[in-house]
Write a protein of this length. Structure first.
Lengths: 274, 338
């Protein structure tokens, strides 16, 4: 019953999020095209790297692996991306956070469900085409179907966890705007660091072993590297179980962190702009 | 209903020296100063009352409203509304209040207006038949029909404000907080909004707390006002009391037979009045003299005027509330007089 009430309360946010997402159609498609183009740029960069290396493989990755890695990383990054930092920081900066506080709903849940609305639209438009595209490519290159339904389903589980970690991390980070007032610079810094540490820019396997080991235990690898490696079938069953537990662990940490930051920050809120 | 006791709010403010150098310096070695935005405000509002909250810009009105609505946490002091402390259980508390900030909107910018209402219906848990009845009522008083299907970003300011007020009333709150609900609106829309607020207050017994700079709002809606200035309470009472206490200002208006006669009148020197006590304005032969009836009696004023000049027409009237408040803002009337 409480669950039903919970869903009833927040479902409209998802609906509104979906409507919002399609309200600016041109913007949506421009963004999508831009993202896919940057994906192809990375593709050509890696192609050049492979062409200039001596063997078939580069640090254990074949060119085929690399392509799958690139596009699935792109997809994962796109779907686990959370706007929380920017959205919260903007609301704090211009004071419109006040309008959320006068509503009888939980602050993070409103954001989460609203963003889920955006995600549903994203999944409809890009998830299936990209996955099918990648699988067709693999089929053409290797001559056999590489699609593994178990890995795929585990990927989806890991992806959802990754998104939740990303969401709560971004919410916690966004609350820093309570202290810094304007988070633009800090947000850019965060993006760069995460893209590097999560393996989104360069696979963690390519990094010096010691560094890769450390990064594997940090929350960042849970954001992108873990789901992608699961999709690619790079992990054994045991490793998968361990990695997913790791994600659950980091999710718990992030949820608790966001609550703690919120409880502390809200007391020193000074609404800006009248 | 609403009890506010010795409410205080202090902010830390970073002082920057002017120029780039000052900004850079403040970045590394901030120089903080404590600002007392609200400094010991106490009042009580019974159920169903409409209270006007006034004060000059930056007096701390909005800060008080934000504390009463649970957005800000007071530095010290307490407020209790409907037996609840706003900061204690925010989600439960806000279910019983409605809030409109005239300078902001709670509507979903990119969605059709009715989408906002259906979202609000769910989060406030309003049953379907209740919702329909409520919407019909709000439609009637605020005339939302014309634009209910338009995206909020396309609404005019007047439409948006009406829509915002409707949004704050959808769940039939016990207390309605209106922070400058008529800011930037034309006379007709202002009138509509005032009528709507009055109707809601009459029909639902909603307690209303209203801040405004438009004193017509106050005169049409509230019978009691609380005035604050620099975070302190300056006045709390009926509008009639305010008029009685500070309303010694009278306007003596007359038309001269000969425009040249004006030079014969010298109130300040002849009646030994100060700058603040008397003010003469004229336009051609029409003269209006505003004076403090505590400093000089009406009788003296009239006999002096009539002894000096010949007039066609003469009348005497009370100064309006606006003038009184202008004087208080300018600090011609000191706090000790209250």
């Amino acid at each position: 019953m409480r669950f039903k009430k919970f869903i009833r309360t927040y479902r409209p946010f998802t609906r509104a999020g979906m409507l919002e997402s399609v309200a600016y159609r041109a913007n949506f498609f421009c963004f999508l095209i831009g993202e896919i183009m940057s994906c192809f740029i990375m593709f050509f960069v890696w192609k050049a790297v492979f062409a200039s290396s001596n063997g078939e493989t580069f640090m254990g990755f074949t060119m085929e692996d690399m392509v799958v890695y690139l596009f699935i990383t792109f997809l994962t990054g796109y779907l686990t991306y959370s706007d929380g930092t920017y959205a919260i920081a903007t609301e704090i900066r211009d004071g419109s956070i006040a309008m959320r506080m006068i509503k009888p709903c939980s602050f993070d849940m409103c954001f989460l469900f609203q963003e889920l609305g955006h995600k549903i639209i994203n999944v409809l438009f890009i998830f299936a085409p990209l996955v099918i595209g990648v699988e067709v490519y693999r089929f053409v290159i290797t001559g056999a179907c590489q699609f593994d339904i178990v890995n795929f389903l585990l990927y989806v589980v890991s992806l959802v966890l990754a998104y939740m970690i990303s969401f709560y991390f971004n919410v916690s980070y966004g609350f820093m705007a309570f202290y810094l007032k304007n988070l633009w610079g800090a947000d850019i810094l965060k993006e760069c660091i995460i893209n590097f540490l999560s393996g989104a820019t360069i696979p963690l396997a390519f990094m010096p072993q010691a560094l890769a080991k450390v990064l594997n235990f940090l929350p960042f690898s849970s954001l992108s590297y873990t789901p992608v490696m699961i999709y690619m079938g790079m992990y054994s069953a045991q490793e998968i179980a361990f990695k997913i537990l790791m994600q659950v662990f980091w999710l718990t940490v992030m949820v608790l962190l966001s609550k703690a930051v919120w409880n502390h920050a809200v007391k020193r809120l000074c609404s800006q702009g009248g | 209903m609403i009890y506010v006791n010795d409410l205080r709010k202090e902010f830390k403010k970073t002082i920057k020296e002017p120029g780039l150098k000052g900004s850079v310096k403040a970045l590394f070695k901030p120089n903080n100063e404590i600002i007392k935005a609200v400094d010991g405000v106490s009042f009580h509002v019974p159920k169903g009352e409409m209270l006007g909250f006034i004060g000059p810009n930056g007096a701390g009105k909005s800060t008080v409203i934000k504390m009463l609505t649970g957005i800000l946490t007071p530095t010290s002091g307490t407020c209790e509304i409907n037996g609840q402390i706003p900061q204690e259980n925010r989600q439960k508390y806000v279910k019983e209040i409605g809030v409109v900030f005239g300078q902001r909107t709670q509507l979903w910018w990119d969605l059709a207006l009715q989408e906002t209402y259906s979202v609000l219906k769910e989060i406030y848990d309003v049953p379907e038949n209740e919702f329909k009845k409520r919407m019909a009522f709000l439609n009637e008083v605020l005339e939302l029909d014309d634009f209910i299907t338009s995206p909020v970003r396309t609404l005019s300011l007047g439409q948006r404000m009406r829509a915002d007020i409707a949004a704050s009333l959808l769940h039939n709150p016990k207390v309605l907080f209106l922070d400058e609900p008529t800011i930037g609106l034309d006379v007709v829309v202002k009138d509509n909004i005032r009528n709507a607020i009055r109707k809601i207050n009459e029909e639902e017994g909603t307690t209303v707390i209203l801040t405004t700079h438009d004193l017509a709002d106050i005169e049409m809606l509230c019978n009691r006002i609380v005035m604050i200035d620099k975070g302190r309470m300056v006045f709390d009472g009926q509008i009639s009391d305010l008029k009685r206490e500070f309303g010694q200002m009278r306007d003596l208006c007359f038309e001269l037979n000969h425009t040249d006669d004006l030079s014969k009148l010298n109130y300040m020197a002849d009646l030994k009045l100060s700058d603040a006590d008397v003010e003469v304005n004229y336009e051609g032969a029409a003269v209006s003299v505003r004076f403090d009836s505590n400093a000089v009696s009406v009788e003296n004023m009239l006999s002096y005027t009539l002894s000096k000049v010949h007039v066609k027409d003469i009348n005497l009237k009370d100064a309006d509330i606006e003038e009184i408040i202008r004087r208080i803002y300018r600090q011609e009337v000191s706090i000790d007089e209250v």
